[in-house]
Design a protein. Structure first.
Length: 213
């Protein structure tokens, strides 16, 4: 009986460590390793929160990033819609030599067909890799990036962030990363951002853009 009680107590502690009080799934280096290693795959909609820095990467299939068309490694692979990823002030460091850190893509299409609108959010932290954030369509659609520092370890200006439509970028600092708002640029809200350079002049200016975009 004593042994059973100890096992149940251990399971309870494990359960608490994996979930925040508000129902968010907590992610840290230990939980990633115990889940099978990198990349950490998010396949269910919901709220996820870092409770420590992440460093590592694994195979994320065929994922694209503007303007270069391949990103085959990442630390976190978001495979579904309606995901909120709160970095909670921590840093995700992915492949700093040739790949990425956070990939948005569908495994059913080899990572090649992102949802028309992912309705995803990444906020509150730092992302470091050659291509910090990328999606299979070379552009984000219907997503939110806020209070982020994106740091490329590649050649400045060579691996950028492409936007489709209906995105919201607020307080994003990415001094080595170019920004391409895309054809439906005015459907994007871009506020207080700092990119390496921007193709915004080709598609705007738009009333929804303020600050240094």
């Amino acid at each position: 009986m004593k042994r059973v009680f100890c096992v149940l107590a251990a399971l309870a502690i494990t359960s608490v460590s994996a979930w925040a009080i508000d129902g968010q799934v907590l992610i840290n280096q230990s939980t990633v390793v115990s889940a099978g290693g990198f990349p950490y795959i998010i396949s269910q909609p919901g709220s996820y929160k870092l409770s420590g820095n992440l460093t590592g990467f694994g195979n994320c299939g065929y994922v694209m990033g503007f303007p270069n068309p391949q990103l085959t490694t990442c630390a976190i692979w978001i495979q579904t819609t309606n995901v909120v990823l709160d970095l909670n002030g921590f840093t995700v460091t992915g492949d700093t030599s040739s790949g990425g850190a956070i990939g948005w893509g569908s495994p059913t299409q080899g990572g090649g067909g992102l949802y028309a609108k992912a309705y995803g959010t990444i906020r509150n932290g730092q992302v470091v890799a050659v291509t910090p954030i990328a999606s299979p369509t070379q552009s984000l659609n219907g997503d939110v990036l806020e209070n982020l520092s994106l740091e490329t370890t590649g050649v400045a200006g060579s691996n950028g962030l492409g936007l489709g439509g209906y995105n919201r970028l607020v307080n994003v600092t990415a001094p080595g990363i170019p920004l391409n708002p895309g054809t439906p640029g005015c459907t994007n809200v871009i506020q207080n951002t700092n990119f390496y350079y921007s193709l915004a002049s080709s598609y705007g200016p738009c009333s929804s853009w303020t600050g240094n975009y």
